[in-house]
Design a protein around this ligand. Structure first.
Ligand code: AMP
Ligand code: MG
Length: 491
C-alpha cells in the first residue's frame, strides 16, 4: 500500500486525451514488469518543469513507474499505431517497444507525453523483443538534453532505469528504459497509417485532434487541413534548418521519426559533425547516404510530401484539386527552409541586416571549410571569439580573402563590434556533444557503472554557449587519427 501512496505523491497530473481517439490509433497493453529496476539517472530540472518532485521520484518505489512495472494514477498504458516510410519503403510500424504513460499537465498548463522506451513487447513489436540497451538509452539522454540546451526543439529525457535484465543484440547487454518527454508522439507516420488503413472519419478525427492539441489557431481557417499542413511545414523547415546550422545529423529521418509538433525525436544513430563535410554520414545502416548531412533539408521536403499525401482527402473532396492545393503549398517549402537557415547563418556571422550577397558570403566560407577540413563548430566559435587558431583553414588564402569581404560587410551594417560579438557568441556554441566525449561517458557508465563522466559532460552541455576553463577539453575535436566515427542502430 505504501508503494502506491509514494507513487501517488510525486506530482503526477496525468490526462489521456489520446485515448479519446478511436481505438484504431492505439492498443491497450499489458505491463511487462522487469525484475530489478534501478534508477541510474534522473533529470531534476525537467522534473521540476513538469511539476514532478524529484526527491519523491528518487524514492525507491517510484522506480517502478520508470520501469513500467506500475502505472501512476490515470496512467494510459497504451502503444500507439503508425505506419510509414523507412529508407523510402512503406511499412506497418507502431510502438514496438514503447508505452505511453500519459500526458502530464505541467503547473503552467502545458501538456507533455511521458513515454517509456524499452518497456517490452506490444502488438506492434513484430520480431523485436520490445527492449532497449543501456548505452543507447543513455546516449539519447545526453544528446536530447544537449539539443535542448542549444535551443533546438526536441523530445527530452526524464530518467533512465536499468532493468536488471539482459538484452540480446550482437552481444549480451544491460537492459534499460528511458522516460521520454515530448509535446506529443504524433508523427507523419500516424497520418500515413490513418490514410492507408483507416476511414475518412478516422483520418479526420486524427487531424482534428492534432489541430486542437498543437495548432488550435488553424481551426478557424477556411481550409483548416491545408493550414495544418502549412504549420507543420513551417515547423519542420525551421527544425531542419537548425540541424544544419548546428551540424546535427539525425541519421534516420524515416517518416515515423518526423513529429507533427516539429520536435526532434528518436535519437538512434544521430551524431554531431566534427569536420565540416556535406556528405557526412555516421549511421552504419545508411549505406546509400540517404540521410547524409547535406541531404537533410531535401529529405524533410520528401517527408512533408508524404504528410501532404495523407491529408489529401481532407484538403479537398476532388482528388485532383486536393493535389493541386497541396502541391502549391509544398512548393513553398524550400523558401521556408532557406529563410530560417540564412537568417541563422547571418546570426552566426554577426550580420543583423540583410544583403543580397549574404548567401554568397556563406557559400564561400563553407567551400573553404570543406576544402581545408575545418572543424564546423570550432571555426564559427573562433570567428565569434575573434581568435584565429593556427590551422590550414585559417592560414589559407581563401579564408583571408573571405575575411576581408566579411569585415567589409560588417563595417557596412553600422553595428558596434560589441553587438556583433554578443550576437555571434550567442549563435555559435562552444560545446556540442562530440562523439568521442559521448562514447567516453557511455563507456564509463556501461562498462564500469561510473556515471560521473556522464554527469560532468551533461553539466558542460547544459551551458553550451559558455566555455568555462574546466570545460575546455569538451571543445576539442577528436584526434584525426581516430578514423571516421560510426553509429549503430543496434538499439
Ligand atoms: P526506430 O528505428 O526506433 O524509429 O524504430 C522503428 C520501428 O521499429 C518502430 O516501430 C519501433 O517501435 C520498432 N522497434 C525498434 N526496436 C525494437 C525492438 N527492440 N523491439 C520491438 N520493436 C522495435
Ligand atoms: Mg521511430
Amino acid at each position: 500500500m505504501a508503494k502506491e501512496k509514494n507513487i501517488g505523491n510525486a506530482g503526477w497530473h496525468l490526462e489521456n486525451s489520446y485515448k479519446t481517439l478511436p481505438s484504431f490509433f492505439y492498443s491497450e497493453i499489458e505491463l511487462n514488469p522487469v525484475s530489478e529496476p534501478e534508477l541510474v539517472i534522473l533529470n531534476d530540472a525537467l522534473a521540476k518543469e513538469l511539476g514532478l518532485d524529484a526527491d519523491v521520484l528518487r524514492n525507491e518505489h517510484v522506480v517502478d513507474v520508470f520501469a513500467g512495472n506500475e502505472m501512476p494514477k490515470n496512467g494510459a498504458q497504451i502503444a500507439q499505431a503508425y505506419a510509414g516510410h523507412q529508407f523510402g519503403y512503406f511499412n506497418m510500424l507502431g510502438d514496438g517497444r514503447a508505452l505511453l504513460v500519459g500526458e502530464q499537465i505541467t503547473p503552467d498548463g502545458d501538456r507533455f507525453d511521458l513515454q517509456l522506451k524499452g518497456s517490452g513487447r506490444t502488438p506492434y513489436s513484430r520480431q523485436g523483443d520490445g527492449r532497449a540497451a543501456l548505452g543507447p538509452m543513455l546516449r539519447e539522454y545526453i544528446i536530447s538534453e544537449a539539443m535542448h540546451a542549444l535551443g533546438i526543439p526536441t523530445s527530452r529525457s526524464l530518467a533512465v532505469v536499468k532493468t536488471g535484465e539482459p538484452v540480446y543484440r550482437e552481444t549480451v547487454l544491460d537492459g534499460a528504459i528511458l522516460t521520454r518527454v515530448a509535446a506529443s508522439h504524433i508523427r507523419v507516420a500516424t497520418f500515413q497509417y490513418a490514410a492507408k488503413f483507416g476511414s475518412y472519419e478516422q483520418l479526420k478525427e486524427l487531424a482534428d485532434y492534432t489541430i486542437d492539441r498543437h495548432y488550435p489557431e488553424v481551426a478557424q481557417e477556411e481550409n483548416p487541413y491545408l493550414a495544418l499542413f502549412e504549420k507543420v511545414m513551417e515547423r519542420q523547415a525551421s527544425l531542419v534548418a537548425r540541424w544544419q546550422l548546428f551540424g546535427f545529423i539525425h541519421g534516420v529521418m524515416n517518416t515515423d521519426n518526423v513529429t507533427i509538433s516539429g520536435e526532434t525525436i528518436d535519437y538512434g544513430p544521430c551524431a554531431f559533425m566534427d569536420t565540416y563535410k556535406q556528405d557526412t554520414v555516421f549511421s552504419s545502416i545508411d549505406t546509400q547516404g540517404r540521410y547524409a548531412y547535406g541531404n537533410q533539408p531535401q529529405i524533410t521536403g520528401w517527408n512533408l510530401a508524404r504528410f501532404a499525401e495523407s491529408l489529401l482527402p481532407l484538403i479537398h473532396e476532388d482528388p485532383e484539386q486536393a493535389v493541386e492545393m497541396a502541391q502549391e503549398k509544398l512548393e513553398q517549402y524550400p523558401n521556408y527552409f532557406y529563410a530560417v537557415w540564412l537568417q541563422g547563418m547571418r546570426a552566426k556571422l554577426g550580420l543583423v541586416t540583410e544583403e543580397a550577397e549574404d548567401s554568397q558570403l556563406v557559400k564561400a566560407l563553407q567551400e573553404a571549410m570543406e576544402k581545408y577540413e575545418a572543424d564546423y563548430t570550432n571555426t564559427f566559435r573562433a570567428l565569434a571569439e575573434n581568435s584565429r587558431p593556427v590551422n590550414l583553414f585559417f592560414s589559407s588564402s581563401e579564408f583571408k580573402e573571405w575575411e576581408q569581404k566579411w569585415h567589409e560587410r560588417l563595417g557596412n551594417q553600422g553595428t558596434s563590434l560589441e553587438d556583433v560579438s554578443d550576437l555571434m557568441l550567442r549563435s555559435n556554441p562552444a560545446i556540442i556533444p562530440r562523439n568521442h566525449r559521448v562514447e567516453e561517458a557511455l563507456e564509463a557508465a556501461v562498462e564500469n557503472a561510473d556515471y560521473t563522466v556522464m554527469q560532468q559532460l551533461l553539466e558542460a552541455l547544459a551551458d553550451p554557449y559558455k566555455l568555462a576553463a574546466e570545460h575546455k577539453h569538451y571543445a576539442e575535436p577528436p584526434d584525426k587519427g581516430c578514423g571516421p566515427y560510426r553509429t549503430y542502430c543496434g538499439t
